[in-house]
Design a protein around this ligand. Sequence first.
Ligand code: SF4
Length: 339
Amino acid sequence: MSTPAEQVVTLHRPRPAAPAPASGEQRWSVDAIEALFNLPFPELMHRAQTVHRENFDPTLVEFATLLSIKTGGCAEDCGYCPQAARYDTGVEASKLMEPAEVLAAAQRAKDAGATRFCMGAAWRSPKDRDVEKVAELIRTVKSLGLESCATLGMLEEGHAQTLQEAGLDYYNHNLDTAPDFYGDIITTRDYQDRLDTLARVRKVGVKVCCGGIVGLGETRRQRAGLVAELANLTPHPESVPINNLVKVEGTPLADQVDLDPFEFVRTIAVARITMPTARVRLSAGRQQMGDGIQALCFLAGANSIFYGDKLLTTGNPDTDADVQLLERLGMNRAAPQVR
Ligand code: SF4
């Protein structure tokens, strides 16, 4: 049996050294990020909480609503996505929504407490006329005092500028996974295409929303590789959605083995530590997670959720459940930051 003095020594033994970007350059190596993943869970959570509190009020969560303004029929082959035309998933293709429909949906989202309204269209890349129509939708959303976000696929020169002039606050374009696993998930466009679109968005002054999906069958090192790509964007994205794979019948990943929920929480914590000022968003997969894991994600530094009964095509916790969860945790919604 140990003496009280020995117990104190045991309780206060030195912590593992803090992994950090290489000195002299603000870049995270995959090794350093993997070392964060490998920390004992309480240690990782403590570090994530510390960074979170230095940059945000840890009691506030942003509510963002996502509307699919053009669903299905996509030419790409993203292995997780029910909107790819090549997979038989039961998702019916639709045309781009009219401004009046979007206005009504944005008003409902605002009335329900959302502060950011995200519009998603299942395109490989929009045509000029599509960009003009989406610009009108952005003006509609902004007229309600909501932050606006769009995800339309790859953008060509000039498209980003048109969207910026319409008042777009954020453009979402995810890196999805690590470069060395990407080809297992998507073959119809490459990693550099994604980075090029992000650069065009950044160049015109629109904020970047960029994250990925875990649970695709990647290794922990590949999760670290994804986070390294995100954290080493200069500057890192203002908004980082972290999705947990939602397995959809008919997609190639329908039978993928579930990721350990604690590994998802670790991914949130590592994203928080490496991208201190980003809104880290709990995105797809929240419905399957349960309240306990979501609460752990908030402790790990998540401070944004998608709010509303549906994401683009998959389910989401109902709005009452989200409000009640925040109430039970003594947390509140963050106010909008519109320009
Ligand atoms: S994730 Fe986007 S680009 Fe990929 S298939 Fe789905 S809608 Fe198309």
